[in-house]
Ligand binder design. Structure first.
Ligand SMILES: Nc1ncnc2c1ncn2[C@@H]1O[C@H](COP(=O)(O)OP(=O)(O)O)[C@@H](O)[C@H]1O
Ligand SMILES: C[C@@](O)(CCOP(=O)(O)O)CC(=O)O
Ligand SMILES: [Mg+2]
Length: 400
């Protein structure tokens, strides 16, 4: 295949919400940190006149002639509203290019890409073409922010491809302003995928680290944050973030006097967590986080976003004195367990083994690492096939 121009490896972390999921959609405080697990995107500019979108995690491999990708209305002129508040005829045109993408996961991913493509594209010669391949070490649709991590990578790739930001944005003096731009478009892609995202997930995936976040105000780095030992358990029960978020909103509208105090309590949990990180005593911090984890989970249960599989994880970890809450949208997906420093390795291994015996996947990964990054690929062997086949350690070593 003819090849010229940019070859870039972009990556963005997933996230874990320690406290405040769902409440954050309704302007309550949340606390979250980036994860060691990341999404990787291989971007290659070529001279095929085509665009290839290869998303093996959701079984998508689509190629379009770029000359065919044109809309009757310029989407840039509609950029200010919600991405899906676009005329029906435009939605229909976008749907037509999706072909037989029957699963919701596929539709959301392709639609997010097409939307950003039309908003960010600039004039190019007719021979201009490109391919995008992605691969995530995050479980997709399990509460660890795969959507925001994917959205961040796609937004970055298209911003770099169409020269809105330089490939070396992460090393630039204007890094903060470039990251703000990436965050703005990643949020738009999240809106396509989720409907009504708070903006917490994309902020963590773009900026990395640990932070507290309030919708409308943005984020503040978490003062005194120290990496925690967490065990993440994926129940593998599928669920939809957009449906769960809509469910909580409907409950809040139907029973405001009942639901609002629950959301206020969650706000206070996040505030208390921020205070706890400032404390000098590590033992006090662990004790307090454990209490807050327990209370936050029960409040989320009351909001209707737990699941029998998540309750099972709580029962199993509870037998070893380990505290657990759901993380992300819930309804299945992942739970996080706090592993205190005085919990020995044998105990953690026993818990993980017991959870695996139930068919759950367990992850031990670091918290608070780098946000989005882009690396120019010089070595020709680091091609699309390499991205799809490389192990996690190899990808991490090349991406950050
Ligand atoms: N690696 C990926 N490739 C393509 N699409 C992805 C990828 N990761 C996430 N997505 C998109 O994000 C959706 C999952 O988002 P969501 O339900 O919010 O779960 P999560 O908790 O993982 O963010 C998928 O259905 C898909 O549309
Ligand atoms: C439920 C929510 O608070 C987090 C959703 O996270 P995830 O998509 O399940 O990883 C929604 C949001 O903040 O937009
Ligand atoms: Mg998501």
């Amino acid at each position: 295949m003819a090849q010229s121009g940019k070859r870039v490896l972009i990556s963005a972390p997933g996230k874990v919400i320690l406290f405040g999921e769902h409440a954050v959609v309704h302007k309550k405080l949340a606390v979250a940190a980036s994860l060691g697990l990341r999404t990787y995107l291989h971007l290659e500019e070529n001279e095929t006149g085509q665009c290839r979108l290869h998303l093996p995690d959701v079984d998508i491999d689509l190629t379009w002639l770029l000359s065919d990708l044109s809309l009757s209305i310029d989407l840039k002129t509609l950029e200010t509203g919600h991405p899906m508040d676009i005329p029906e005829e435009i939605k229909q045109q976008l749907e037509n290019w999706m072909g037989v993408t029957t699963r919701e996961a596929q539709r959301q991913a392709v639609l997010a890409f097409l939307y950003l493509f039309f908003v960010l594209k600039t004039d190019k010669p007719t021979s201009f073409g490109f391919s995008i391949n992605t691969r995530s070490t995050l479980p997709v649709g399990a509460g660890l922010g795969s959507s925001a991590s994917f959205a961040t990578c796609i937004a970055t790739a298209l911003l770099v491809l169409f020269n809105h930001i330089p490939t070396g944005f992460a090393q630039s003096e204007k890094k903060d302003s470039y990251l703000d731009t990436i965050n703005r478009y990643a949020y738009k892609a999240e809106q396509v995928i989720h409907g009504n995202p708070s903006g917490l997930d994309n902020s963590v995936c773009v900026f990395g680290g640990a932070l507290s976040f309030r919708r409308g105000e943005g984020f503040v780095p978490l003062e005194g944050f120290q990496s925690l030992q967490l065990l993440l358990t994926n129940t593998k029960v599928p669920r939809s973030t957009s449906a769960l978020v809509a469910g909580v909103t409907a409950k809040k509208e139907k029973y405001p006097n009942v639901i609002d105090p629950i959301l206020d309590s969650i706000d206070k949990i996040s505030l208390r967590c921020c205070e706890a990180f400032k404390s000098d005593s590590k033992a006090d911090l662990a004790q307090e986080l454990e209490d807050l984890v327990d209370i936050n989970h029960c409040l989320l249960h009351a909001l209707g976003v737990s699941h029998s599989s998540l309750e099972k994880v709580r029962t199993i970890t509870g037998e070893y004195g380990v505290k657990t809450k759901l993380t992300g949208a819930g309804g299945g997906g992942c739970a996080l367990s706090i592993i205190r420093d005085d919990v020995n390795v044998e105990t953690t291994n026993s818990v993980a083994q017991k959870l695996a015996g139930e068919g759950f996947d367990c992850y031990r990964t670091s918290l608070g690492g780098t946000g989005v990054n882009a690396v120019i690929l010089i070595d020709d062997s680091l091609d699309q096939a390499w991205l799809i086949n490389a192990d996690r350690e190899t990808l991490e070593a090349h991406a950050i």
